[in-house]
Design a protein around this ligand. Structure first.
Ligand code: ACM
Ligand code: ZN
Length: 699
C-alpha cells in the first residue's frame, strides 16, 4: 500500500521526491459490523486507516492519494479525519467500443479514471451495428468480418451524407479481455460485458446473415441509428447467441451479463415465417411477447450458468424475464416499473447520465449527438425517484453514465466528455452531492490541476460565463454570471437601442412590433484568459410573453417551461436540450391573449427535425383566432420544414394553437412504433401594427 502511494507521487504526479515514511506509523485496521465498503482515515502524528473490505481499503488509498500536497520537493498529507462509505452499490461507467474502437491501453486508462472516482462497474458495450469487438472462437467471422467498418459518416447523422473512406477496425482477443478483467480487478472494478440482442446486430449479421430473418447480406453499418435488420428469434439464432454467451461467461468472472434488448424494431419479425411460428408454437400474443420470450431464453441460459441478466428497459415490454435487472435509460419510468415488479434497477436516464450529450451551450463545443447534460444537472441527480414507494427503494442498485461514441473519434474526446462529469456522478453515488458551489471549488483546486499536469483533455464548461434569461413585463431580462462572482463583465451588442443596461451584469431587451436580430456578448477576463458568451436574440412582438400550455412538455425536455417558446433563442442543430421544449404527445395545444386585438399577418413556429433521435416534424399547425373570445375562426398550415409560417392577415385578441403530429413513427425509421417527439423552440407573430404588443395577464 505504501508502495502504491509512492508510485502515485512519482509516476502520476510526475514529482521526484524522496519519500520517507516511518512505516510503523501507517496503520491498517480491519473493522467489523460497519456498512459495506466503509472506510475511515485519520491523519495526525500517524496515518490510521480503518477498512471493512478489500474494496474499502482500496478506496481509502484513493482518497489518501488525492490528499497528497507537494511543496518545495516535500510531500505532506494534511491532518484530517474522514469517514466514508458509498450510498449505492452499482457505481457504473459504460463505454461503447463499437462505434469507435479503443485500445487495451485506453480501456485501462478509462479504468484508472473509474478507480480515481471509486466507480465499481465497467459496462463494456462490446457489440453493436457498427462493429463486433470481442473474439469468439466458435464463430471467427464475427471478428474477421464484423470488426471492420468500411467507412464512417463525417458530421452529424441528422444532416450529413458524407463519409470518410477510412476503415474503422479493431477487436479484443480473448487474452486481451482476460488482461482487462484482471486489471479491473486490481482496481476493485467488475466488468459487465454487453452482447447486444436482438437489435443493434448489423455487425454480427454481416458475418452470419443466416441468423437474421431475411438472410440478406448487408455490410457492417456505416451510419448511426437503429436498423430493422436484427437477429431472428428462430431456434438456430438462439443457439448461436447462447454459444457466444457461453464463451463470454467463461471470460468474465463477474455477476452480470448485459444482453442489450434496446431499440429492436419488429418490422422483420412481423413478416418472418420463423418468427411468426415462434409466436404460434409458444402461445405468444405478439412481437412484444416474442422479444420477451427471446430474452427469457437468454435469462434461463444465464441462470443455469450462475450469471445474472441485465438489459435496457425495453426488456420490460411483453413481460420481464425472471430475475432480470433493468437498466433504465429512457428516463426513470422503466426503472420505476421494474422496481414496482420487484426487479433490481440501475438508473441511467438520458437527462442526467448520458455523457454523449453536450455539456455546454457554446457553439464552440465539439460535435456531439445532441441533448444537454451539464455538470450541475449530473450533480443534482437522485437515482431514487420520488414516485417510488418506500419498500421498493432498496431495489435501486445505483446509477451509471453511458458513453456512446458515435461522435467520439478518439480517447481524448472520450476524456473530454467524461471529465469532470464523472466526478459529479461519483459524488451522487457516494451521497456527497450536497453543495454544488463547494464541489466547483474542489474541482478547480484539486482535479483540474491534476488534469493539467497529466495533460488530460477535460471540459471547463461549468466555469464559463453563464447567461440566464427570464421574462419581464416588456420583454426579457438577461443576467450574466460567473462562478467566481466576477462583477465586471464587458457587455456589448450590435443593436444598442435594444439593449437596455440594468446594472453591471444585467440588461433587458424589449418586445418590438417589427422583428429584428440582436447580438449580445459578455466577456469576462482579459485577452489571455477571456471567456465570451454570445447570444443571438430574435426580438419580436411577443418576446418574453408566455403561452398558456394546455399540453405540458415532457419533464425530460422542459427547457424553461412555456417561456422557452418566447425567449428569443432559436435552437441550434444538433439540438441542445435547453433551447427546446420537447413533447411526447401527438397533439399539442396552447393559447395566448393580447390586451386588445391586433393585426396578425403571420404566425411563425419553429420545429426540429432530427429523426435519428425520434424527433419528427408534426403534420399540421392549426390556428384558432377570435376577436372577442366567443366566436372563433380557424386557419391551417401543413408543416413542411423546420420553420412554419402560417399566413393569417386577420385581427385577433385570442389565439389558440394546435399542433398535430403522427401517433407513431412509421416502419423503417428509428424508433418505429413509438410516439415521435415534437420539439419547438420559438413562436412569434409578424404584424403591421406599429405600437408595442401588450399581453393579457392570466393568473
Ligand atoms: C440506448 O441508449 N439505446 C440504450
Ligand atoms: Zn425471424
Amino acid at each position: 500500500m505504501l508502495d502504491d502511494l509512492k508510485w502515485y507521487v512519482s509516476h502520476d504526479l510526475g514529482v521526484n521526491v524522496v519519500f520517507t515514511y516511518d512505516g510503523g506509523d501507517l496503520i491498517f485496521e480491519r473493522m467489523m459490523n460497519v456498512p459495506t465498503d466503509h472506510y475511515s482515515i485519520r491523519v495526525k502524528d500517524k496515518i490510521t486507516i480503518n477498512y471493512s473490505s478489500e474494496a474499502s481499503l482500496f478506496y481509502a488509498m484513493q482518497s489518501l492519494k488525492q490528499m497528497v500536497v507537494i511543496e518545495d520537493g516535500m510531500i505532506s498529507i494534511p491532518y484530517c479525519s474522514i469517514s466514508d462509505e458509498p450510498k449505492f452499490q452499482w457505481r457504473g461507467m459504460h463505454l461503447d467500443v463499437s462505434r469507435h474502437f479503443f485500445t487495451v491501453d485506453e480501456v485501462k486508462q478509462y479504468l484508472d479514471w473509474m478507480a480515481r472516482y471509486k466507480f465499481n462497474r465497467f459496462h463494456w458495450h462490446l457489440t453493436d451495428d457498427q462493429g463486433w469487438r470481442i473474439e469468439i472462437k466458435k464463430y471467427p467471422k464475427l471478428t474477421e468480418i464484423g470488426s471492420v467498418r468500411a467507412k464512417t459518416l463525417i458530421g452529424h447523422a441528422g444532416s450529413s451524407k458524407e463519409f470518410d473512406d477510412k476503415p474503422e477496425r479493431g477487436f479484443y482477443t480473448q487474452a486481451e479481455i482476460k488482461e482487462i478483467v484482471r486489471y479491473a480487478k486490481t482496481k476493485c472494478i467488475e466488468v459487465v460485458p454487453e452482447i447486444e440482442m436482438p437489435g443493434h446486430a448489423r455487425a454480427a449479421l454481416a458475418a452470419y446473415p443466416e441468423y437474421s430473418c431475411t438472410g440478406e447480406e448487408l455490410p457492417v453499418a456505416e451510419t448511426w441509428g437503429v436498423f430493422d435488420h436484427i437477429f431472428c428469434s428462430k431456434k438456430e439464432t438462439i443457439d448461436f447467441l447462447q454459444d457466444i454467451l457461453g464463451e463470454v461467461i467463461a471470460l468474465f468472472p463477474g455477476e452480470y451479463i448485459h444482453i442489450g434488448g434496446d431499440e429492436a424494431p419488429k418490422t422483420n419479425w412481423k413478416t418472418c415465417s420463423a418468427c411468426q411460428n415462434q409466436i404460434k408454437v409458444n402461445g405468444l400474443k405478439d412481437e412484444a411477447e416474442l422479444q420477451s420470450y427471446f430474452i427469457q431464453q437468454m435469462g434461463a441460459f444465464l441462470t443455469k450458468n450462475e450469471k445474472k441478466l441485465i438489459g435496457w428497459d425495453e426488456i420490460l415490454e411483453g413481460g420481464l424475464a425472471a430475475n432480470a435487472t433493468v437498466m433504465s435509460w429512457r428516463g426513470t419510468k422503466g426503472g420505476i416499473e421494474a422496481a414496482e415488479q420487484d426487479h433490481p434497477v440501475v438508473m441511467t436516464p438520458g437527462s442526467h447520465c448520458y455523457f454523449d450529450h453536450y455539456q455546454s451551450d457554446r457553439s464552440t463545443e465539439p460535435l456531439a449527438i445532441g441533448g444537454y447534460t451539464p455538470l450541475e444537472k449530473v450533480y443534482s441527480f437522485n437515482p431514487i425517484p420520488n414516485e417510488l414507494s418506500g419498500n421498493k427503494r432498496g431495489l435501486i442498485l445505483g446509477a451509471q453514465a453511458n458513453v456512446w461514441t458515435e461522435y467520439m473519434e478518439d480517447f481524448d474526446q472520450v476524456q473530454y466528455m467524461i471529465l469532470p462529469r464523472m466526478v459529479a456522478l461519483s459524488e451522487v453515488l457516494w451521497g456527497t452531492n450536497k453543495d454544488y458551489k463547494d464541489f466547483l471549488i474542489r474541482l478547480k483546486n484539486f482535479e483540474f490541476p491534476y488534469y493539467d499536469k497529466t495533460e488530460t483533455p477535460y471540459s471547463r464548461a461549468a466555469f464559463y460565463v453563464q447567461s440566464d434569461i427570464s421574462t419581464s413585463e416588456e420583454g426579457i431580462i438577461i443576467k450574466f454570471t460567473k462562478d467566481d462572482g466576477s462583477q465586471n463583465l464587458q457587455i456589448s451588442g450590435n443593436n444598442k437601442k435594444s439593449i437596455i443596461p440594468l446594472g453591471k451584469n444585467k440588461l433587458k431587451v424589449n418586445r418590438t412590433p417589427a422583428k429584428s436580430k440582436v447580438k449580445i456578448q459578455a466577456t469576462s477576463g482579459t485577452s489571455s484568459n477571456a471567456d465570451t458568451v454570445t447570444l443571438f436574440i430574435l426580438q419580436h412582438s411577443t418576446l418574453g410573453a408566455e403561452w398558456d400550455l394546455t399540453t405540458q412538455p415532457s419533464s425530460y425536455y422542459s427547457g424553461d417551461g412555456a417561456f422557452t417558446l418566447t425567449d428569443g433563442i432559436i435552437g441550434r442543430r444538433p439540438w441542445n436540450g435547453k433551447e427546446w421544449l420537447g413533447f411526447d404527445t401527438s397533439t399539442i395545444k396552447m393559447n395566448f391573449a393580447f390586451k386588445k386585438k391586433r393585426n396578425i399577418s403571420t404566425v411563425n413556429v419553429g420545429f426540429l427535425q432530427a429523426e435519428t433521435s425520434w424527433v419528427h416534424l408534426p403534420n399540421q399547425v392549426i390556428v384558432r383566432y377570435s376577436k372577442n373570445g366567443k366566436r372563433w375562426k380557424e386557419a391551417t398550415s401543413s408543416v413542411d420544414s423546420e420553420s412554419t409560417k402560417l399566413k393569417l392577415n386577420k385581427k385577433a385578441q385570442f389565439i389558440e394553437l394546435e399542433i398535430v403530429g403522427d401517433f407513431t413513427i412509421p416502419e423503417g425509421k428509428n424508433g418505429a412504433g413509438h410516439t415521435p417527439w415534437i420539439f419547438m423552440d420559438e413562436i412569434w407573430f409578424d404584424s403591421t401594427d406599429k405600437s408595442r404588443f401588450r399581453i393579457f395577464k392570466r393568473n
